[in-house]
Design a protein around this ligand. Structure first.
Ligand SMILES: [Zn+2]
Length: 420
């Protein structure tokens, strides 16, 4: 039996406008109708529908996080079934769909994570966020821009070696390490549909050929952890790379004579840029620059969240098998290296509205609509008649009150002031 629910009397954040005191009729997994407020202020009560009072709340499309490693102590590369654990916890932050994201790792660890992704995608667990094809912050990145990625796992793309390059950059371990670039590509090939996005550095020898191979196999290629020049970045974009991994972080700086990878990403309309919206990884002014240059359809708010997200400062967690600590503003390795964020998507939305000053409709586009479109998800990421009923209800301070997936309530914050 399908469950019919009316979310009554909330400020509905629709594409491009807010409908004050409107109501949403959910019929099973779909949004059946958007109901304008009636003159007397009465809320519609279709027979047989459960009424949920969302007055004094905002109603937004559920958040879609295209880059998240973990939350509340879980990391995608932990033993056990961490991806199910992450999926179960993200709805409390308003996330209804996410790309589980891995750092560079060995083929066995990668295969284990992708096996979990496949299982979670085949059957969504009750109460859990949708698991989308994974995002691999892959082995094929530039060690000079590795950040918190484990050096021992970095490899050059397969193919011809460039001795000059290998003298300049420290060798990557391959082919002397315990696995090769081909081992990683074989894992990707055997879990094809569960690999959505592959981050790589386009300036590595053999990287352009790898971009073409991955794109023609149906993957998205995202440029990042890279020292690419502007020209190298443009070449990769021409080869089919349509995304940028955490714009500005772990890439060449942008200057007026040497625009670098960030300049190419800002200048090209056919590239979607991830932006870590914690106000720390990227200065709010540079967030404004990125959104100004690319518009709200070109920027995807991401968390780059780790197992430290949702934990108290001082807590420890894991990132790809290495210990991280929750610092005051982000996650850090033991040596202080910035190791992803402790951000959650509701926090990203609050930063975009409260610090960047975006209208709520634009912030909702960055957190839901644009990532859903960029990831090719039809019917997700917007509130419209006929769309999938993945919804987050926020109070006036933009804290999560309720989350719905497929028209079913999967989270309610019983402590929320809006419910008292
Ligand atoms: Zn990351």
């Amino acid at each position: 039996m399908t469950v019919r629910i009316v979310l009554a009397g909330g400020d509905l954040v629709l594409p491009g406008r807010v409908l004050p005191r409107g109501s949403l009729l959910l019929d099973g997994p779909r949004i059946e109708a958007i109901v304008e407020p009636s003159k007397g202020g009465a809320t519609p009560e279709p027979s047989g529908a459960a009424l949920v009072d969302v007055r004094n709340c905002y109603v937004l499309p559920g958040f879609v996080d295209a880059h998240v490693h973990g939350v509340e102590g879980f990391d995608t590369l932990d033993g056990g079934d961490p991806i199910a654990g992450i999926a179960a916890r993200l709805p409390r932050y308003g996330v209804t769909a996410f790309c589980p994201t891995t750092v560079a790792c060995g083929p066995r660890e990668l295969a284990r994570a992708l096996e979990q992704v496949g299982r979670a995608r085949a059957a969504r667990a009750e109460g859990s966020a949708r698991v989308l094809p994974a995002h691999l912050e892959s082995n094929f990145i530039n060690p000079k821009y590795q950040g918190a990625q484990p050096f021992d796992c970095l490899r050059l793309p397969p193919g011809l070696r460039d001795p000059a390059y290998e003298r300049r950059a420290p060798l990557y371990g391959a082919p002397d390490g315990d696995f090769s670039a081909d081992d990683i590509l074989n894992v990707i090939a055997s879990a094809r549909t569960d690999v959505g996005t592959v981050t790589l550095a386009p300036e590595l020898p053999g990287a352009l050929a790898l971009v073409r191979t991955l794109v023609s196999a149906g993957h998205r290629v995202s440029l990042g952890h890279s020292g690419a020049s502007f020209d190298e970045a443009i070449e990769a974009i021409e080869a089919g790379a349509g995304f940028a991994t955490h714009l500005f972080n772990r890439m060449t700086p942008m200057t007026h004579r040497a625009p670098g990878l960030p300049g190419a990403v800002l200048a090209r309309e056919d590239v979607h840029a991830e932006l870590i919206c914690d106000g720390y990884h990227v200065h709010p002014a540079m967030c404004r620059v990125a959104i100004g240059a690319k518009g709200i359809t070109g920027v995807m708010a991401i968390t780059d969240g780790t197992g430290g997200s949702g934990l108290a400062p001082g807590s420890t967690a894991w990132l790809g098998g290495r210990s991280i600590r929750v610092g005051p503003r982000a996650a850090e390795l033991e040596d202080g290296t910035l190791a992803g964020s402790t951000l959650t998507m509701d926090g990203a939305l609050r930063m975009l509205v409260g610090i960047i000053g975006l209208p709520l409709v634009d912030a909702a586009a960055l957190c839901s609509t644009t990532p859903a479109r960029a990831l090719g998800l039809t019917g997700l990421g917007l509130i419209a008649e006929g769309a999938v009923a993945d919804i987050v209800v926020l109070d006036r301070s933009l804290r999560v009150v309720r989350t719905f997936i497929d028209g079913r309530e999967v989270y309610v914050n019983t402590g929320a002031a809006a419910l008292r």
